[in-house]
Design a protein around this ligand. Structure first.
Ligand code: PHE
Length: 365
């Protein structure tokens, strides 16, 4: 027997070819066929190994032998391709014969249809949709706020009685440190300051977010949500404020008319200041007033604290309780379960994530 390891030209190429072609013919599925391909043409395949030995052959033999190996390779490759095409057609035919879909079955409910949007998120999305339509942008500020932005720049100096009304959570400062004190913001009004310090008028923003007060009963929780509004330019007046809030309430409660009452009040950062009441008539209880927030014309001191000249600039601000608005609109009696993480409650009061609030398609459904 010839020593093919030492002399590859001694190998019977036609026997190799018919052996490999026979293997191809016997392969009954794509997996088996691929195994044949690897055994012949893979890195360590029998044809590849012959090719690798060409370099070591005497030049006079190399050309003829190389040609012959190439012919085998071409024949085997072609057979592999043809067989692959045949097997693929057969595999597809088998799938078509065996698989059928029953198109009369209902659509399977995926996890996204089971999830629920929390009423506060729903009401927030509704408010953003309404205010965006009026040209407001959404601004944000941190939950941990400086005492300066939460109080002082809003015209509430140290020792002002309004500080006591807010039941503030103060953050501990390191003993001996003279770093400025930090608080959990007691309202979203510091975002007014951040906005006026950060951009020039005209300003038209809303600022929704979490606020914190050390208070807890059926209608108060230590953390709740507000939505702040701020408009500053050279001509905005109280008529605009009332119009914006009225349009907002009509859109929010999805009614054609609302009766509102602006009750004189006091906030250090607005002058004049008003409490916003709406008549519950829109909700089927005429004659009962409900307070939904505070508002007023931005106090000249606040404008000055933010580097704006009150002789040139003026505008209004408002702040409303998002949780209260959710309770009112969706008839939720108690505030505490809003933050209890109870799935049963959420399934009852929550909203489908597939129903995005839009003015055109309806805010709630
Ligand atoms: N920040 C006030 C509060 O939390 C509400 C408010 C905002 C009043 C803006 C007037 C203007 O009670």
């Amino acid at each position: 027997m010839a020593d093919t390891a030492a002399d590859p030209s001694a190998i019977d190429l036609s026997a190799l070819e018919s052996e490999l072609l026979n293997d191809v013919a016997k392969a009954m599925d794509l997996g088996a066929l691929d195994a044949v391909r690897v055994s012949a043409l893979g890195k360590k395949g029998r044809i590849s190994e012959l090719m690798a030995k060409l370099g070591a052959m005497p030049a006079d033999q190399r050309k003829a032998f190389g040609q012959a190996v190439n012919n085998v390779k071409a024949a085997v490759s072609e057979a592999l391709d043809q067989k692959k095409a045949t097997l693929e057609v057969a595999a597809l035919a088998a799938r078509l014969a065996n698989e059928h879909s029953d198109i009369t079955l209902p659509v399977r409910v995926g996890p996204e249809a089971q999830g629920r949007i929390h009423p506060v998120s729903q009401v927030l999305d509704e408010c953003i949709e309404i205010f965006a339509d009026m040209g407001f942008k959404v601004a944000e500020g941190p939950d941990i706020e400086s005492d300066d932005y939460n109080f002082t720049k809003l015209n509430i100096p140290a020792e002002h009685p309004a500080r006591q009304e807010h039941d503030t959570f103060y953050l501990k400062t390191k003993p001996g440190s003279n770093a400025a004190p930090l608080v959990l913001r007691t309202h979203t009004s510091p975002v007014q300051i951040r906005t006026m310090l950060g951009q020039k008028p005209p300003i038209r923003i809303i600022a929704p977010g979490r606020v914190y007060r050390c208070d807890s009963d059926q209608t108060h929780t230590p953390m709740f949500h507000q939505i702040e509004g701020l408009v500053i330019d050279e001509t905005t007046h109280m008529g605009h404020l009332k119009w914006v809030l009225e349009e907002m309430c009509k859109a929010f409660f999805e009614v054609d008319t609302v009766t509102m009452r602006f009750r004189a009040s006091h906030f250090p950062f607005t002058e004049p200041s008003m409490e916003i009441d709406i008549d519950k008539g829109a909700l089927g209880k005429p004659g009962e007033w409900l307070e939904i927030g505070g508002c007023g014309m931005v106090h000249p001191n606040v404008l000055r604290n933010c580097g704006l000249d009150p002789e040139t600039y003026q505008g209004f601000a408002f702040g409303m309780g998002l949780d209260r608005m959710a309770m009112l609109k969706y008839g939720i009696p108690d505030l505490r379960p809003f933050f209890a993480g109870d799935l049963k409650w959420l399934r009852h009061y929550g909203f489908s994530i597939l129903d995005q609030p839009t003015l055109g398609g309806g805010l709630s459904s």
